[in-house]
Write a protein that binds this ligand. Structure first.
Ligand SMILES: Cc1ncc(COP(=O)(O)O)c(C=O)c1O
Length: 504
């Protein structure tokens, strides 16, 4: 139910109890003075009353029948409804969703344009295998490939990011006739047995055989890594490190490239199938590489017969603000691009885009996928592309993201435990440390104190990084400057509270 401006009698008639509860919440934000609780920006959307399974029963089912799933927060949120950047729980409490279902809600929860497209298609045709012709898939790939530069013109549609990376591995091996694949340590590329080999984060490694032919090289992390300075990355905020590189050169980049060369000399076969990297690490904690690292890495890999894969699962679709695709921020041209998450704004879909030449070679390996690009997914995907453009979301990422980064950087100046603020557009990381001298990761219990406090005050943050000490901010791309200010104020308050608790 949508309400223009103020609350009207419609709601009172419809659900008096819910209305009262929401009003109380709204009032509680309004009544507090600014030095107490930051005021949540207004939202005129009123969620429906929750009538699902009781909270306690849900917890029980989850524990006994879904026990493999990780749950965020001491008292997990029961998400009931979403509206653009807002998430509502079963009690009608509103949250600013800065994690967007893990960087997946790109244009906004239940975006009206996407709903309309899905509803139109659901009444017409849900599914038919792609061995028949249907209009949505053709319309979609025309649109999607028109957003790719250069020779990247042939699309394969699948269902998840892991699957997209599996296909990319298969494709690279088929095309080059080589087997070895190189990825960056701390990177995440999926959890399927095949793509897991490229994921270099022990938390996701199950201890069963995986990764035959996959090798990793040092993560070029200019904040926590061995090398890094104060000009390395493409971000409005640089690290607190110093550097003495002459203009136009970057020692950190050179050193990490040497590491890559050493990996190739010692661990990999002479000829390579592929190199894969995210343009900015997602699960790894918004890690940005030194400028030109990817450019040089691509040259080296190609020199050994390999193709270059850009994993755009988190960085694509305008999120970095300056460009539509993350790889463009590095001025490189991949041979294969994989994408998922934001591609469907939460609809399970993913894609691989490559050149005609690689696609032609892949025809020898009959690749079939039942659901990939089905009419529903294709219609949703088309609407997402339209919404990004019509709502000016790439530009919003640039404007709001830069503002957010600069405001967060002020917290780094104020608090010893805020070690790094980094990112680009609305792909942001805040790395928490014990202190700026040792850079030891902030212990998990202290991370939790801050994180839970933010949630209690209406802001949902993600966590990531090898040591789970990075707050990840990757919201729906429609958030406003006002939302960003609110989030920073909530985080600041949580940091103050943490300081008081620790010094007690
Ligand atoms: C960069 C990257 N690649 C691939 C994947 C795997 O995507 P999915 O979870 O849809 O399989 C993820 C998921 O977090 C990711 O962040």
């Amino acid at each position: 139910m949508r309400l223009p401006g103020t609350m009207t009698g419609t709601i009172m008639k419809g659900n008096h109890k819910l209305f009262k509860s929401i009003c109380q919440r709204t009032v509680s934000f309004r009544c507090l003075s600014s030095n107490e609780k930051p005021k949540m920006p207004p939202c005129d959307f009123i969620p429906e009353e929750y009538k699902g399974i009781p909270y306690e029963d849900i917890l029980n089912i989850r524990k006994t029948k879904l026990s493999a799933l990780l749950t965020y927060y001491k008292k997990p949120i029961l998400a009931h409804q979403g509206h653009m950047q807002w998430l509502f729980d079963h009690e009608g409490k509103r949250y600013l969703d800065l994690f967007g279902g893990i960087v997946t809600v790109s244009v906004g929860h239940c975006h009206p344009k996407v709903i309309e497209a899905a509803k139109r298609q659901i009444d017409r045709l849900w599914h038919t295998t792609n061995i028949y012709l249907h209009s949505p898939i053709h319309e979609y790939v025309e649109k999607l490939t028109s957003r790719m530069p250069g020779k990247l013109k042939v699309a394969y549609l699948v269902n998840s990011g892991s699957e997209a990376n599996d296909v990319a591995m298969f494709m690279a091996r088929q095309y080059t006739g080589n087997f070895d694949i190189i990825s960056l340590r701390s990177g995440y590329h999926g959890a399927n047995p095949y793509s897991l080999g490229m994921t270099a984060h022990s938390a996701y490694k199950p201890g069963v055989a995986n990764g035959f032919g996959c090798h990793t090289t040092m993560c070029p992390d200019v904040f926590r890594g061995i090398w890094g300075g104060s000009h390395c990355r493409d971000s409005p905020v640089q690290t607190i490190r110093t550097c003495s590189c002459s203009p136009g050169s970057c020692d950190a980049k050179d050193k990490y490239i040497e590491q890559l060369k050493e990996t190739l000399d010692t661990s990999a076969a002479k000829k390579l199938a592929a190199f894969i990297a995210e343009p900015m690490m997602g699960v790894g904690g918004a890690i940005q590489y030194p400028k030109n690292f990817l450019k040089e890495a691509y040259e080296i890999i190609r020199g050994k017969g390999g193709v270059c894969i850009a994993d755009e699962v988190q960085t694509g679709f305008g999120r970095t603000g300056s460009h539509y695709w993350g790889f463009q921020t590095h001025d490189v041209m991949p041979d294969i691009v994989t994408m998922a998450k934001g591609i469907g704004n939460g609809f399970p879909m993913a894609a691989i885009i490559t050149t005609e030449e690689i696609a032609r070679s892949f025809t020898q390996a009959v690749y079939f996928n039942t659901f990939g690009g089905n009419p529903m997914a294709s219609s949703v995907g088309s609407a997402v592309l339209d919404a990004i453009e019509e709502d000016g979301l790439q530009n919003n990422c640039a404007v709001v993201g830069t503002h957010l980064l600069l405001e967060l950087a002020k917290l780094r100046e104020k608090f010893e435990i805020v070690g790094d603020v980094r990112g680009k557009g609305l792909m942001v990381g805040v790395e928490m440390v014990k202190d700026k001298k040792t850079l030891q990761p902030l212990p998990a219990e202290e991370m939790s104190l801050i994180w839970e406090e933010c949630k209690d005050n209406g802001v949902l943050l993600g966590k990531g990084g090898l040591y789970s000490n990075v707050f990840r901010v990757k919201p729906p791309m429609c958030i406003t400057k006002e939302d960003a200010d609110f989030a920073v104020a909530v985080l600041e308050r949580a940091l103050i509270k943490h300081k008081e608790t620790i010094s007690r």
